[in-house]
Each structure stands twice: as C-alpha cells, then as structure tokens.
Design a protein around this ligand. Structure first.
Ligand code: SF4
Length: 247
C-alpha cells in the first residue's frame, strides 16, 4: 500500500515519464487488481493500444448507458474482438429501471446530471470497488476540470486513479494514432470528435474544441466520472445537483 506522500512524490516524478512507463509501473505494482475504462472513441485508441501491448488481460470497463450510437457499439465489438480485450460492460443498477424507462426520453435532456449519475457514475463506482487501481484516459487539454488533475489521484476509498495521458495533447494523440495506424470511430470523419451518448452529442466544426459537441448548450462539460460527483457515495449528498425529484 502506497502512502499519500509516496503517491504525491511519484505523481510529480511521472510528469516527466512517458505514458507507457506509467502504465508499466501501474501493471507491475497492481496487477491483477487493476482495470481501465474506455468509451471507445478515436482518441481512446492510443491508450488502449499501449495497454494492449503491455498487459492485454487488463479488464476494460465500458459504460453501456443504453443511449449509445449504434456506431459506438459496433466499434466496441470490433476492437474488443480484434484486439482480444477483456471488455466488461457496465449497466445501471436495476433498481432504477422503472424510473429510467418512464423517463427514457426526457432524462438526458431535463436532468443530464442525474442521467449520468445513474448510467455512468454509480455503475463505475460499483465496478471499481474490488480493484486497487484504475487507468483513465483523461488529458489536461480537454476541459478546465481535467486541467487540474494529477497523474496519480488517491480517492477516499483507497482506489488509485492513474492518468497516464494527462500531459498529452490532441496533437500527440493524433500522431500516435497515425504512426500506429489505429482505427477511428465511424462517426469521427462525420465531425463527431468526441462521441458520447446520442442525446448528448453533436457534430462540431473543424476549429472547435474536441469536447465542444458534448452536452452543447446545457452548461455541462463532464459526466461526473472525473469530478467531485464521483467521490460522493450517497445519493442523498448529490440531490442538490439533480433537477428531478428522486426518492
Ligand atoms: S451522456 Fe447523456 S444520455 Fe449519456 S448518461 Fe449522460 S446525460 Fe445520459
């Protein structure tokens, strides 16, 4: 078990390391209690490719929200089978089924925070309960929230979040993808530079920020996985962030 001071020291040291060196350290330190998450987008491919080369058996958590484009689901199938990844689909807890079905159309539009909480935050919290380290693909150049992240982040429950690509830019991702002939999400060429759930994603212009098409015009930039929301375990602590009244 690493101390808080060791984690801070390593995180600082890793600012000068390559993503591959950080992933190798993570695997050497935590295997088999380690997993990664992926949304199977074009910009997810470099991290997945690096992980595949270092430790193919790492579980890859995919949040199957039920709102994905069919292109995302097909792309997920293709990569999982061609790269022989151990992809684990995560679903919302069944106790929300009646509520979610009753509000299937309105939920993402009227209360995206609650929708992301039920379909992403809660299932990921549950999946990560039994492991010690979680590799995520966030980058500092993606959003102002992500700009504040650290390469190693210790969560309150003892889980270590590892962000090996934090210092990479959009350009680094593109270069790695080209050099390694990585596949693209089918919607990428149609202007969807960051692909999330269908009700919350639009195509963007060539000069727009990569994530400008996510929750456009709704004052939301993160699904909650990389924010304070993720650290709060009790739904009662989050109610002020939701518009809909839930029991
Ligand atoms: S991205 Fe949209 S549809 Fe997907 S879980 Fe969040 S609010 Fe719901």
């Amino acid at each position: 078990m690493l101390s808080v001071q060791e984690i801070e020291r390593l995180s600082e040291e890793f600012e000068a390391k390559t993503p591959q060196e950080i992933i190798q350290w993570a695997v050497d330190t935590f295997w088999p209690e380690i997993a990664m998450s992926s949304s199977f987008q074009t910009q997810s491919m470099p991290l997945m490719n690096m992980v595949m080369r270092i430790k193919r058996g790492i579980p890859v958590f995919f949040l199957d929200t039920g709102y994905h484009f069919w292109e995302t689901l097909m792309f997920r199938e293709k990569i999982a089978s061609e790269w022989k990844f151990n992809v684990i689909d995560l679903y919302r807890d069944s106790r929300w089924d009646v509520f979610a079905k009753q509000n299937v159309r309105s939920l993402p539009l009227e209360d995206p925070n609650l929708c992301c909480y039920l379909h992403k935050v809660q299932p990921m919290q549950k999946a990560l309960k039994d492991i010690k380290a979680w590799i995520s693909g966030i980058r500092r150049d993606q959003t102002t929230v992500r700009a504040q992240a650290r390469i190693l982040e210790l969560q309150e429950n003892g889980l270590l979040k590892i962000n090996p690509l934090l210092n990479w830019t959009k350009g680094d991702i593109k270069k790695y993808a080209e050099e390694n002939s990585l596949p693209s999400h089918p919607l990428y060429e149609k202007g969807y530079k960051s692909v999330g759930c269908a009700p919350c994603t639009i195509a963007i212009g060539v000069n727009d920020d990569e994530r400008a098409g996510r929750w456009a015009g709704r004052g939301k930039v993160e699904c909650g996985l990389h924010t304070e929301m993720f650290r709060k375990k009790e739904i009662a602590d989050l109610k002020q962030e939701f518009r809909m009244d839930i029991k």
